[in-house]
Design a protein around this ligand. Structure first.
Ligand SMILES: *Cc1c(COP(=O)(O)O)cnc(C)c1O
Length: 358
């Protein structure tokens, strides 16, 4: 196998020391050590998410907790605001679980605006709203503060936010924003191997769970919380302890870097990439809503992205093509997790050479 420096929006590169923690010998998942491990992770995740809510772990990718969240939280009807493929996924999840849901889909490149959210919520039909904080398919970071202000006016709404590709790369103040369930995956800005998902859960969400009937078995969040409360931070089945060892260690590394430093590092990489993309191509999305973790670039020069990636591969680097219908119309360069400015200079320099950009 050929290992390359990954500039794709997940999985991202994992630091060797973190990777080594995945090889920690096993412990019993009903032991005190397992409880201590999960409690430590909980405390550190609360700091990273700016919340005092419950922290649930799931041995699944993020999609599993998205499915659990919409199924556990919707008693009446869910309203899905989508600006791309991952927003659409919420609606699919609702549909496949037999949950009543509507979707408002922006055309590619446009964010969810607070006024749009207000328009739908004022109908009084909904008790759940889903928002994608960072839509990885189009490189947009939604105006979460403005949306939070609107949602605050509707106290019956349980607010689910997909922060899969933003958390640990951008500041998401869960309690201040009033997010009820904030979901992330291990393999994006947290920079761990894929296979673990995490979410914060508010009191309001917990109260809602009591009112919802059949929620299936594996993603019954109420049950996950029962094992946290009654078994002192354990998991309802056998968790991926390997991920937990690695996460515990990675969260220490993140704390050592400093949260603010980490967010600034991501902002610097994003600002550099936006400027670079606009110099040689064009950033795909509406200006002002660019993602801080992945830049989606409109293919204005009609380059062959597959060929570019082949050439980058010879230099042991890999970027991402566009998502779905945008496959050749855009390409994406991620700047999250372990990457830094030197890496961004390396990849953009290589692209300039390969394409002979001036
Ligand atoms: C990657 C991604 C997902 C899917 O997460 P998985 O961990 O692959 O299930 C969902 N939403 C966004 C915004 C993503 O970037």
């Amino acid at each position: 196998m050929e290992f390359k420096k990954l500039f794709i929006p997940g999985p991202t590169m994992v630091h060797p020391d973190v990777l080594a923690k995945m090889a920690t010998p096993m412990i019993g998942h009903r032991s005190k050590d397992a409880s201590d491990l999960q409690r430590r992770i909980t405390e550190k995740m609360r700091k990273l998410m700016f919340t005092s809510g419950k922290i649930v772990l799931s041995t699944s990718s993020g999609t599993g907790l998205m499915e659990g969240a919409i199924r556990n939280a919707t008693a009446k009807r869910a309203m899905v605001f989508s600006i791309g493929a991952f927003g659409d996924r919420w609606h699919e999840l609702a549909k496949f679980n037999g949950i009543e849901a509507d979707i408002h889909r922006e055309t590619d490149g446009h964010p969810t605006m607070p006024a749009t959210v207000d328009k739908y919520l004022s109908m009084g039909k909904y008790d759940v709203v889903t928002i994608t904080h960072n839509e990885t398919s189009v490189g947009i970071m939604n105006p979460i503060e403005g949306i939070a202000e609107v949602i605050r006016k509707y106290p019956d709404i349980v607010w689910l936010v997909d922060c899969v590709s933003s958390l640990a790369g951008a500041k998401v103040e869960v309690d201040k924003l009033g997010i009820d369930i904030c979901i992330t995956s291990s393999q994006k800005a947290l920079a761990l191997p894929p296979g673990l998902a995490l979410a914060s859960v508010s009191k309001k969400a917990e109260e809602r769970f009591e009112k919802v009937g059949n929620v299936g078995y594996y993603f019954d969040i109420k049950n996950l919380i029962k094992y946290i409360d009654k078994k002192d931070h354990q998991y309802s089945s056998t968790p991926s302890l390997s991920h937990m060892f690695a996460l515990d260690f990675q969260l220490d590394r993140i704390e050592k870097e400093g949260l603010e430093n980490r967010f600034i590092r991501h902002i610097e990489m994003a600002e550099f990439m936006i400027e670079w993309a606009n110099k040689y191509f064009k950033v795909f999305c509406t200006p002002g809503f660019e993602s801080m973790t992945v830049t989606c670039i409109a293919n204005t020069r009609n380059i062959n992205v597959a060929d570019l990636n082949k050439e980058l591969g010879k230099l042991k680097m890999q970027i991402s093509n566009g998502y779905g219908d945008l496959k050749d119309k855009t390409f994406r360069i991620a700047h999250m997790g372990e990457l830094n400015m030197d890496d961004m200079l390396e990849v953009t320099g290589a692209i300039e050479d390969i394409l002979k950009l001036k």
